[in-house]
Structure formats: structure tokens, C-alpha cells
Ligand binder design. Structure first.
Ligand SMILES: [Mg+2]
Length: 286
């Protein structure tokens, strides 16, 4: 089974700032601050974290639970109007090639496509609605699941396991995003990571985060399909056999993928446990 998780903003669509405008509107209604979102970095964070930061920018303090609920309600209420405004102003767009790419990979046996997004579930659906892409996504992990993106991704995989009725291995999960935060979260969870450079992320930060595959967008599907193991590399490189240093598909830095780092960590833990055991034996002999 292959699980492919997509981020929304900058990876599937660009909603023309609808989210920020809706959040500004909600914060203004509660604190009077008109442009709270201008004081911090929205991209790549979960909605929960963004709501807290926006409220803090407006009120100068952390929101209470009740205030968070009210802010969320006001945001979700306003979002459809702001998305519609973006569509009307022609500021709403799909990331290049994504429609064809999704059509190509969905409906295959052994492939499940889901969302891995910092957006609240309601917000995700509202933002995606005009794109017509929603039909490809049967499940997801959302910003309402956790503050932490890696937890959001794990939640998506848990839901996929329920649908599939089978356990999914970490190496079967592929995460596609547009910021270094998406890549870091994927690695933290032990999943594969890929990034589009034409989204909202900083290209240099994305490169430093070292995703397994990087491309401007999805207009050339080939590197994505090869990365996913859904197409053959014309040079005969097969995933999991070796890493070709000059291949655009995988990294020259052998052993620097998230999966490898995780393997090292697990081995270290085992070693430490084995050492402890030996020490324990010695102590009991004394
Ligand atoms: Mg994004």
C-alpha cells in the first residue's frame, strides 16, 4: 500500500490570501487589530498555531479556550466569502499540473491519496471547493488534530489504516508539501518527503531541509512518479536498491533521508537498551 499525503496551500492550490483575510477579519472582530496576520509567518504552520499567534498579535496575550473556539468559529464563518472573493478576482489558482497528476495517481490499486494539512478540516474543504480536486481525497490529517505537523501526518495515516483495514509501514507514506516545515514534519514521522518549489515556501530553506524529491510544480510528472515508485527510472535506478549520486530523483547524500536517520535512532536506542541490560547483569552479580 502507498499512502500519498498532500499539503493544501501552495501544493494543491493558491487561495489568494483568503485564509489570512478571514483570520484578520476574525481577530479584528474580537480585538480591534485589523491586520494581525502581518506580524508573523503563516505558511507551513497549523491553523491552531496561526490562530494563537494572530490572537496574541491583536490582544497581546494568549487566547483562552473559549476565545480560541470563538476565533475558530468566526474564521470558518468568514472563509467561504474570502475564497469566493479570491475566485472572483482571479487570485485563486491550482498549482500547475496538479490536476493531471492527481488524475494519474488516483484510482490505482494499492494507492491511497489523502490530505496532510495545517488547515482545520472545515477550512480545508472550503479552500479546496472551487478547485474540484476534493474528489481525489478520501481522508486526511488536519490542523484541528494537532499543533504539530508530524502529528497531523500520523493522524492521516491512522485514518488510512482504518479505511484500508491494514497496518501501514512508515516507508509506504509519501508526503508532498511546499515548505521546509512539511519536509521536516515528514522526516520527523519517518515518512518520505517531496516538495514543490513554486508554492509559498522559501526555496533555500526547502533545499536545506533536504526532501527526497524537489520540483517547481507537477507540470513534469516523471520525477514524482519515479519517486513514488509508480514509473520506472529510464536509467534503470530502482528505489531501495542504491542511490545514484547524479540522479535528480534521490539525494547524493546517501543516508541523509528521514528514513535513514530514523533507522539510526532506532538502532542507537536498541544499543543503549542492550548496554543497560549488560550493566544490570554485572550489578546483580556483585
Ligand atoms: Mg503549504
Amino acid at each position: 500500500m502507498k499512502i500519498i499525503l498532500f499539503d493544501i496551500d501552495g501544493t494543491l492550490i493558491k487561495a489568494g490570501g483568503a485564509g489570512a483575510r478571514a483570520l484578520n477579519h476574525a481577530v479584528k472582530a474580537m480585538t480591534g487589530h485589523p491586520k494581525a496576520c502581518e506580524s508573523f509567518q503563516l505558511q507551513g504552520a497549523t491553523d491552531k498555531a496561526n490562530f494563537e499567534n494572530a490572537f496574541r498579535a491583536g490582544a497581546g496575550r494568549k487566547p483562552s479556550k473559549k476565545e480560541m473556539a470563538e476565533l475558530t468559529h468566526k474564521y470558518v464563518d468568514r472563509l467561504p466569502l474570502e475564497v469566493a472573493a479570491s475566485v472572483k478576482a482571479k487570485n485563486y489558482s491550482k498549482v500547475k499540473g496538479v490536476e493531471k497528476f492527481l488524475a494519474k495517481i488516483s484510482g490505482r490499486a494499492g494507492v491511497m491519496i489523502g490530505l496532510g494539512t495545517g488547515n482545520l478540516k472545515n477550512g480545508a474543504f472550503i479552500k479546496l471547493e472551487p478547485s474540484g480536486l476534493m474528489r481525489h481525497f478520501a481522508f486526511g490529517g488536519y490542523g484541528c488534530d494537532s499543533h504539530h505537523r508530524s502529528e497531523v501526518l500520523r493522524k492521516a495515516v491512522e485514518r488510512a489504516e482504518k479505511i484500508a483495514g491494514a497496518k501501514i509501514k512508515e516507508r509506504e507514506v509519501f508526503v508532498i508539501g511546499d515548505t521546509h516545515r512539511d519536509v521536516e514534519a515528514a522526516k520527523e514521522a519517518g515518512y518520505h518527503s517531496g516538495a514543490v518549489l513554486d508554492g509559498f515556501g522559501d526555496a533555500r530553506a526547502i533545499m536545506r531541509s533536504n526532501p527526497e524529491v524537489m520540483a517547481k510544480d507537477f507540470s513534469d510528472m516523471k520525477p514524482w512518479l519515479i519517486w513514488l515508485g509508480l514509473a520506472k527510472d529510464p536509467r534503470g535506478v530502482s528505489r531501495g536498491t542504491y542511490i545514484c549520486p547524479d540522479s535528480p530523483i534521490e539525494h547524493a547524500h546517501y543516508g541523509r533521508t528521514g528514513l535513514d536517520l530514523r533507522d539510526i535512532e532506532i538502532t542507537m536506542r536498541r544499543l543503549r537498551a542492550a548496554k543497560k541490560k549488560i550493566k544490570g547483569v554485572r550489578v546483580s552479580r556483585r
